[in-house]
Design a protein around this ligand. Structure first.
Ligand SMILES: [Zn+2]
Length: 227
């Protein structure tokens, strides 16, 4: 399905943002469309998508269908504390804009220790990872812990690629035993603990993108170890 067919099929509506109307910008790759009332922000998101794609591909994650990425003030429509979402049925990502994020993010978390701009870009990468993982795994529905592991691993890799050492500074001391926190409950209830667990596991030389490849192909899952 090409993008114009997809747009028609999805009957995408614009959404209001403080009196302005979102416009759609198709990124140069022709595979991701940004809906935002702020054109400069849309161009920035396209740049993030372009730079994140090699990182995703290196971890065996590919895009096979168009994705729509809506940026706006989702503070009241997203679940409290949730700064981004990915809907696999409509292939739609929603991320709160940088101005809204500062009101939502908890200052106690590693995400709260980032600037709103860096946080915003890393959330785009996090949600793109969910989308690429779902599209690459095709019919196989991966469980929550495998999905969140992948999204956090790519998000943290992105942060580290932008600024070497950033993850260590944001997450603090990481110990081997942190990998015991790789489960659904911690992923939802304690994102900082989960992020530490992901980084402890993902940064081990035997894991990394090879492990994500195994999650994608179904040769590995964190599910049994955590439930
Ligand atoms: Zn996620």
């Amino acid at each position: 399905m090409n993008f114009s067919t997809f747009l028609a099929a999805a009957a995408l509506a614009t959404f209001p943002c403080e009196g302005t109307v979102a416009e759609t910008l198709l990124c140069a790759d022709g595979e991701v469309a940004i809906e935002s009332a702020d054109r400069a922000l849309s161009l920035r998101v396209c740049s993030v998508v372009e730079r994140a794609r090699p990182l995703l591909n290196a971890c065996h994650l590919y895009q096979s269908s168009p994705i729509v990425l809506q940026v706006g003030d989702h503070g009241t429509s997203l679940i409290h504390g949730c700064m981004g979402t990915y809907d696999p049925k409509t292939e739609t990502i929603r991320v709160s804009d940088p101005g809204t994020l500062t009101d939502i993010v908890s200052a106690e978390t590693f995400m709260g220790r980032m600037s709103a701009e860096k946080l915003f870009e890393s959330l785009v990468v996090h949600e793109l990872s969910h989308g690429f993982l779902k599209q690459t795994a095709e019919q196989r529905a991966l469980c929550l812990v495998d999905h969140e592991y992948t999204a956090y691993a790519i998000q943290l890799s992105w942060l580290d690629a932008q600024e070497p050492g950033a993850v260590d500074r944001l997450l603090g001391d990481i110990k081997d035993k942190d990998v015991s926190y790789l489960n659904d409950f911690i992923a939802l209830a304690a994102p900082d603990l989960f992020a530490k667990a992901v980084w402890a596991h993902f940064s081990a030389s035997e894991n990394g993108c090879a492990f994500i490849g195994q999650l994608v192909s179904g040769h590995a899952s964190l599910y049994r170890e955590s439930n």
